[in-house]
Design a protein. Structure first.
Length: 94
């Protein structure tokens, strides 16, 4: 990790992920800073788990989502669908 990235991880007040594909970073940050809040933005079809539209969820994604503190969804439909498909409790969405 470069000096700048390490400084950001060690001094940040919030870690923000802009896409579900970045979930491995959430796990890494959770290991380095267990109490740091992690926010994931989800945009739609990437979390619907519908292979006709986008990718199917990968085996590790529901497990990696445990590292995320809150999920910001673009719509109630996306939040409800992701919650159902990834077994995420509604309280985790904002």
């Amino acid at each position: 990790m470069t000096g700048t990235a390490w400084t950001a991880v060690t001094t940040a007040n919030l870690f923000v992920l802009g896409h579900v594909n970045l979930l491995p970073l959430a796990v890494l940050v959770r290991c380095l800073r267990p109490k740091l809040p992690i926010l994931l933005f989800v945009h739609g079809d990437e979390v619907w788990n519908d292979p006709r539209i986008s990718h199917e969820k990968r085996w590790f994604e529901p497990w990696f989502l445990r590292a995320v503190t809150k999920i910001a969804s673009v719509s109630a439909f996306t939040a409800e669908t992701m919650g159902r498909e990834f077994h995420v409790r509604p309280a985790k969405f904002s």
